[in-house]
Design a protein around this ligand. Structure first.
Ligand code: KIV
Length: 266
């Protein structure tokens, strides 16, 4: 199996072809999604919400990220694997950030790491990049800053925050990121950032002009329904399909209709 490489980011931007990215946290889903030709599987720390049932992503550890990246890696057929660096795995110092990024690549098998934040983490992005690990940035609504942002709110709506996000994006490009995820910002701001940068932008709640799009796979499939942001489009309702299947199973077991002749050994 030949995996896509970071060259798809620039190639696709230059060819004006949209980059497709979905989050993914396990073997079975990786197999299903990568068989359809998705460009990038993002092992997002959103696994804290959708797989571990936490209220936010702050409790997710480097070991959680490695465990899920390994699982995705085994099911992946050809997509580029990007793994999130979780909260406090890069904030403390440059050395820590390089050590944790290396752990995620060496033990988990990720090809690229993703880090949330702007100008203030540029030194860490450069250090990780210098250690031969490609980095994707993440700006706008950065869920690891939830306590500082005061909730899951659209970012970049004031002049000050609009200008800061443009400055952040330019700084991240200079520091060496290969792409930037833009989350929950006005479409016009995402358009301006996308036009200013040579590297691609991947939007989630950032409108139509980004170079690519990403969604949380459990949102797209209708599996995670605790909360649904406005930017989500649900392409299936697997949650309901699962409930119906389990209900039917329980009924059939109770009524002695399962197992059937074809399910038993002679
Ligand atoms: O963790 C995640 O799923 C993400 C996406 C929302 C981009 O960072």
């Amino acid at each position: 199996m030949i995996r896509k490489t970071i060259s798809i980011f620039l190639d696709k931007k230059q060819r004006k072809e949209k980059i497709t990215m979905l989050t993914c946290y396990d073997y079975v889903t990786a197999k299903l999604i990568s068989s359809q030709g998705i460009d990038v599987l993002l092992v997002g720390d959103s696994l804290g919400n959708v797989k571990l049932g936490y209220e936010n992503t702050l409790s997710v550890t480097v070991d959680d990220m490695i465990y899920h990246t390994k699982s995705v890696n085994r099911g992946n057929d050809g997509a580029l694997i990007v793994t999130d660096m979780p909260f406090m795995s890069y904030e403390i110092c440059v050395e820590d950030s390089v050590r944790n990024a290396a752990k995620i690549v060496k033990e988990g098998g990720a090809q690229v790491v993703k880090i949330e934040g702007g100008v203030e983490i540029a030194d860490r992005i450069k250090a990780i990049s210098d250690a031969k690990i490609p980095v994707v940035g993440h700006l706008g609504l950065t869920p690891q800053s939830i306590n500082k942002l005061g909730g899951f709110k659209v970012q970049g709506r004031t002049k000050k925050s609009y200008d800061k996000l443009i400055a952040d994006a330019e700084k991240l490009e200079e520091a060496g990121v290969f792409a930037i995820v833009l989350e929950a910002i006005p479409e016009q701001l995402a358009k301006e950032i996308t036009e200013r940068l040579n590297i691609p932008t991947i939007g989630i709640g950032a409108g139509r002009y980004c170079d690519g799009q990403v969604l949380v796979v459990d949102d797209l499939l209708g599996m995670f329904t605790d909360f649904t942001p406005k930017f989500v489009k649900r392409y299936a309702n697997l949650g309901e399909t699962i409930k119906t299947a389990v209900k039917n199973y329980i009924t059939e077991v109770k009524e002695g209709k399962f197992p059937q002749e074809k399910n038993i050994y002679r």
